[in-house]
Design a binder for this molecule. Structure first.
Ligand code: CP
Length: 318
């Protein structure tokens, strides 16, 4: 794991002075490749790169490019047209940094958790590759989330209202959804909060929705949402599909949706979600539109987290 607090401080510094390193990326170009849809990640990464003086090219490779093959020794007689081992080295000539979004299939856990797509780009591009959300992780989101929590704690500590002289309590809660979603955001959030180590961390979900222990080890796990919410300072709301019997929806119990009534169990918790969110399915209007919600600030912070990571890479490359 990277130096999380170091990156957070860097991100906060960019937030207070976005153009402080506006020449760092001059004469450098980033390619942002999307095999899947995006709004926040796409726009925030572009803004971050531009703030550093970089040229940016966005390519919706999933909808506008040739269908890529990722398997080694594939006999390409099916739908795929170009192998990543032919495409990625060219990207290495066009760009200084490559950033990629590639979602999981949710059909085969072993395949998805091997991270074949992004790993093959990294293997063959010969330049730094940044994840804009891959099959199992969304690190730029998680850096943003730790930054947003840090920022909120700094504000609250000034007011003496939370976290002072004790670890703050962060709860990651499963929420209902109408379709099976990846585990990426939840995996990443768990991985980063555990590695950060500065909070009491509880993950709550209905039976059969456990995540991979690789990411949750260190957190308290419970199927009792009300118990988990007691005394929470931050509630991170996210749906994910099943991990063990992979990619399924078993439960869509609306009781798991966060409401103001549930929030009353917390320590006046702030509510986070990576967005996009299904209103009144995952999260109620009253919470999203109320004073507890941090979702807009959280999404806005995506720029500064991306800028911190890109600046680290730019500093390291010739
Ligand atoms: N949170 C997030 O990654 O949003 P987008 O899918 O819109 O990029």
């Amino acid at each position: 794991m990277p130096d999380i607090n170091g990156l957070v401080q860097k991100a906060l510094a960019y937030k207070s002075d976005p153009l402080r390193n506006k020449k760092l990326g001059v004469n450098k170009r980033i390619g942002c490749f999307f095999l899947n849809p995006s709004m926040r990640t796409r726009l925030s990464t572009q803004i971050a790169a531009q703030n550093l003086g970089m040229d940016v090219i966005v390519f919706n490779v999933g909808s506008e490019g040739w269908a890529l093959e990722f398997e080694e020794e594939a006999i390409m007689s099916g739908k795929t047209v170009e192998h990543v081992k032919d495409a990625a080295p060219i990207m290495g000539k066009y760009f200084d940094i490559l950033a990629i979004r590639t979602f999981p299939s949710l059909k085969n856990r072993e395949d998805d958790y091997s991270e074949l797509f992004i790993n093959q780009f990294a293997r063959y591009a010969g330049i730094p590759v940044v994840s804009l959300e891959s099959a199992t992780l969304h690190p730029l989101q998680s850096l943003t989330d730790v930054m947003t929590i840090t920022e909120e704690l700094q504000k609250s500590n000034l007011q003496g209202s939370r976290g002072k002289n004790r670890k703050s309590k962060i709860v990651l809660t499963w929420a209902p959804h109408v379709k099976p979603l990846p585990q990426c955001v939840a995996n990443s959030f768990a991985q980063w909060i555990n590695a950060w180590g500065e909070a009491e961390f509880v993950i709550t979900y209905p039976e059969d929705y456990e995540l991979s222990k690789e990411f949750t080890n260190g957190a308290t796990l419970t199927n009792d949402q009300d118990e988990a919410l007691k005394g929470a300072d931050f509630v991170y709301v996210k749906n994910w599909s099943t991990y063990t019997d992979y990619g399924k929806i078993y439960c869509n119990d609306p009781e798991w949706m966060l409401t103001n009534e549930k929030l009353r169990l917390t320590n006046n918790a702030k509510v986070m979600h990576c967005l996009p969110v299904r209103r009144n399915v995952e999260l109620s209007d009253e919470v999203l539109d109320g004073p507890s919600s941090l979702v807009t600030e959280e999404a806005a912070n995506r720029v500064w987290a991306a800028q911190a990571v890109l600046s680290e890479i730019l500093t390291a490359i010739p």
